[in-house]
Design a protein around this ligand. Structure first.
Ligand SMILES: [Fe+2]
Length: 288
């Protein structure tokens, strides 16, 4: 693997079809995505790749995916985008529009590639007409074959539904991968170097240590779940974020880039100004 790899994690893009009214679209996701992609373009260093961990669109129809494609193309980014599917996506909308594929439209969209020595595995945890996540027969076998094929490489997993953190709460399976598949996934990954799992679905920023593997979930680009109200139910607030991942030999680091409604500057320093200020501060301290 290269010494350091930088990448971007997008999730829950929920891009809408501008030609169809949609009561379940709570914000201008097209505008948010365009803004965030412009920010990604300005990042230094430029990320090596982008992952988008599902709910790419709000309704999954071809018009939504065409809109997504247009926004991505207009951003003019010079890096691959790896897509995962979520519960708001539809495979029969995604495959023809995004991949030009006209057969096997029911198949889960699992794929993998090696970028700079990092083995990125994207698993489709979406289940048609279901909110929670699960794997279909054959997906875990595909995963095991992938893991074996590049057994020595570090691995980054991408899937819309994060593993279930509580194995004794089946009533909460709607917000994660199913408990049975969570346990099967844990067994499958046991002997490999998995540097992280990138997910979405619950629309809030959360980092968990899952059996030693960092599991990173983002607010995404549609709306934010009010984490202070989870004991009552689901309150949706305006809000969006994306994340910048840096993978070093020491491990994965994630920096969240929230999108505030108002970004008012209170003060700023250049690096040169900061050095000057530190010098001044230290000389004052030394004199006292
Ligand atoms: Fe979502």
């Amino acid at each position: 693997m290269s010494d350091t790899i930088t990448f971007v994690h997008l999730t829950d893009l929920h891009v809408g079809n501008p030609a169809e009214p949609d009561d379940h679209l709570y914000s201008d996701t097209s505008a948010t995505l365009a803004t965030i992609l412009a920010e990604v373009k300005s990042l230094v260093p430029q990320p090596r790749f982008i992952v988008a961990s599902g709910d790419l669109t709000n309704r999954g129809d071809a018009g939504c995916y065409r809109q997504l494609q247009q926004i991505i193309a207009a951003a003019g980014l010079d890096m691959p985008v790896l897509y995962a599917l979520g519960n708001h996506d539809r495979r029969d909308g995604f495959y023809p529009t995004m991949l030009g594929q006209s057969d096997d439209l029911d198949a889960p969209y699992d794929h993998a590639q090696v970028i700079d020595g990092l083995h990125i595995i994207v698993l489709d945890s979406s289940v048609p007409n279901k909110v929670g996540g699960a794997f279909e027969p054959g997906q875990l076998d595909w995963l095991k074959a992938q893991l074996e094929e590049h057994a020595e490489l570090p691995k980054l997993l991408v899937m819309h539904h994060a593993p279930a953190l509580d194995l004794d709460s089946p009533d909460m399976e709607w917000e994660s991968l199913s408990i049975a598949d969570t346990e099967a996934l844990r067994d499958a990954l046991e002997d490999y170097d998995v540097v992280g799992i990138l997910s979405g679905h619950i629309h809030f920023d959360r980092v968990s240590n899952w059996h030693g593997i960092p599991v990173v979930v983002g607010i995404g680009q549609h709306a934010a779940t009010d984490v202070l109200w989870l004991h009552e139910g689901l309150r949706i607030l305006s809000g969006a974020s994306f994340a910048i991942g840096t993978l070093r030999p020491s491990g994965l680091s994630i920096t969240f880039a929230p999108q505030p409604a108002e970004r008012r500057e209170l003060h700023s320093f250049t690096f040169a100004g900061m050095t000057e200020m530190l010098k001044k501060y230290e000389s004052t301290e030394a004199a006292e």
